[in-house]
Write a protein that binds this ligand. Structure first.
Ligand code: HEM
Length: 132
């Protein structure tokens, strides 16, 4: 008997296909960015919990940490978190609406709106964070 290949079994080679966005549709870019932002936020959640545990180690440990977060590299990282939250949240609402069949023909226009809001929000936060 000749066995046919099981097309449901995903090869590890295909694992990164979602990340190959070059030359693909804007929807694919939106999806890959949403996934990157989502994974980034999960990492940030753990970092956040680690930082909070420093509070339990006493004021000195926390003061040392505060000196570190005032560095420009850390502020840039915080800005990345803000931009990630804005994009993931707003795009998530767009995806959820489309999932419910709402505003499906306007999905590209909505994506443009999301990107515009993220850029404006990111700029406002950047100005405030680096000026502080
Ligand atoms: C503002 C609140 C949020 C909204 C509206 C939202 C919405 C969504 C939606 C609709 C999806 C599915 C996307 C798709 O099927 O294409 C999704 C995926 C995901 N979200 Fe969120 N989310 C929010 C907050 C968060 C937070 C705080 C985290 C992390 C701590 C997170 C992590 C993820 C991850 C890891 C995925 C899976 C990405 C993927 O596999 O494509 N989300 N989110």
């Amino acid at each position: 008997m000749v066995s046919t290949p099981d097309t449901n079994v995903r090869s590890p080679r295909h694992f990164w296909q979602w990340f190959r966005v070059w030359g693909r549709s804007p929807g694919m870019w939106a999806f890959a960015l949403n996934r990157l932002a989502g994974i980034g936020l999960v990492f940030y959640l753990f970092l956040h919990l680690y930082v909070l545990h420093l509070l339990a180690e006493g004021p000195q440990a926390y003061e040392q940490f505060l000196a570190l977060v005032r560095s420009p590299v850390f502020i840039l990282g915080e800005l990345l978190v803000v931009v990630g939250v804005l994009y993931h949240g707003l795009n998530g609402i767009r995806v959820a609406l489309n999932g419910f069949g709402v505003a499906v023909p306007a999905q590209k226009a909505l994506l443009l709106g999301v990107v515009g809001l993220v850029l404006i929000g990111g700029l406002v936060f950047a100005l405030r964070m680096f000026a502080a």
